[in-house]
Design a protein around this ligand. Structure first.
Ligand code: XIL
Length: 358
């Protein structure tokens, strides 16, 4: 209680100081660690190309992560093709190094993702697989879950299985084509059998913005619940922008999942600011707009999801320059909480203010 009060005091002090400076500032680096402001995991995606690389490569990076986050996720290195490059060969070294880094630093590790349609992520051997797909996929899931049992606390078991078409439906992924829609529930069953303690999530994008996609997913959840499929939570990726989706829709979508008794994670949060390509630099006005947007999103999460169902919030990268958004859309953008010189952006204060209920 007392701690919360001091945190609040500290955040207000930092926020007022921040008003005196330009856009980003070393001063804001004094914002209390986000992880001290929440009772649920606050995470960040990190790139770990190989064992020992990644967050350990720079002291500034490691320090910033240690200060603000108590949960990690591999931005890429725990995806299918990296972990399972040949039918009988798993490359766990990089992920094991990340797991022990997390453990040594008192952080939890979230696993992403056991089954994902994205073409470059499906190992070539799998694309060409001629045997029993149902068995093969279950074995892929269960071998990975068994390996990380006890070190990975929660998994994105299936990622992006629903497409955005109107009406929304199951994505015509290779898994869907080979097995049918039951590949989704079978992946959850296999994961649960391999590690009964892991929290199992279905993860997707645009479920906070498209009512049709949300409704389709809710029907899937209700069906899974009625048949006791071990699904424990939903990951809302939340690659959102300053333009949308509207905050009421976001809140309503979180609530619809929470009302079903499931956990809710914000799993890949970033807030793109330059989707119209109208900016060449990150101005104070854009920074202020981004701060307000981050604050509104976190506030909506806290309003819609009861404490026991908050699976946590993960930001999809640390520094703006890490972000996949600029690369993917070939434009300058500044979607994350920290600038490339490691200084905190106003967005960080927006998140802190939301977490402390300011
Ligand atoms: C992205 C990574 O950030 C990029 O580095 C990579 O090139 C492509 O994948 N949804 C997901 C994430 O579930 O795995 C994606 O991550 C972003 C969209």
């Amino acid at each position: 209680m007392q701690r919360a009060f001091f945190n609040l005091l500290f955040v207000s002090l930092v926020v007022s100081l921040q008003a005196c400076v330009a856009v980003n500032s070393a001063v804001v680096a004094d914002t209390p660690g986000l992880k001290t402001l929440a009772a649920f995991p606050i995470g960040v995606a990190v790139n770990v190309a190989s064992a020992g690389a990644g967050i350990q490569v720079s002291k500034e990076r490691a320090d910033l992560i240690g200060r603000h986050f108590n949960s990690l996720v591999a931005e890429n290195s725990m995806k299918m093709s990296y972990l399972h490059p040949a039918e009988n060969n798993f490359t766990f070294a990089g992920a094991d190094a990340l797991a022990s880094y997390a453990h040594q630093h008192g952080m939890v590790l979230h696993g992403h993702a056991l089954v994902w349609h994205s073409d470059y992520q499906i190992p070539v051997w799998m694309k060409n697989y001629q045997g029993d797909w149902e068995k093969m996929l279950a074995s892929h899931v269960s071998q990975i879950c068994a390996h990380f049992a006890g070190t990975v606390r929660s998994w994105d078991v299936v990622n992006e299985a629903i497409d955005d078409l109107h009406p929304a439906g199951y994505r015509a992924s290779i898994f869907y084509e080979k097995i049918g829609k039951s590949y989704i529930e079978k992946a959850f069953i296999a994961a649960h059998a391999a590690d009964a303690n892991a929290e199992l999530y279905y993860n997707d994008y645009n479920i906070e913005g498209s009512q049709g996609k949300l409704d389709f997913m809710l029907r899937m959840i209700d069906d899974f619940k009625s048949r006791q499929i071990p699904l424990h939570g939903i990951g809302f990726q939340m690659h959102v922008s300053s333009d949308g989706p509207g905050i009421a829709q976001i809140r309503k979508s979180f609530k619809a999942v929470a009302d079903r008794g499931l956990k809710v994670r914000i799993s890949e949060l970033d807030v793109a600011m330059n989707q119209q390509r109208q900016f060449s630099t990150f101005t104070p006005a854009v920074a202020a707009q981004q701060k307000a947007r981050y604050k509104a999103i976190i506030t909506a999460y806290l309003e819609a999801v009861p404490p026991a169902q908050r699976g946590g919030i993960t930001f999809w990268g640390l520094l703006d320059g890490d972000s996949w958004i600029g690369k993917r859309y070939q434009r300058p953008d500044w979607p994350l909480l920290f600038a490339d010189d490691y200084s905190a952006k106003p967005a960080l204060s927006g998140v802190a203010e939301a977490l402390t209920g300011k």
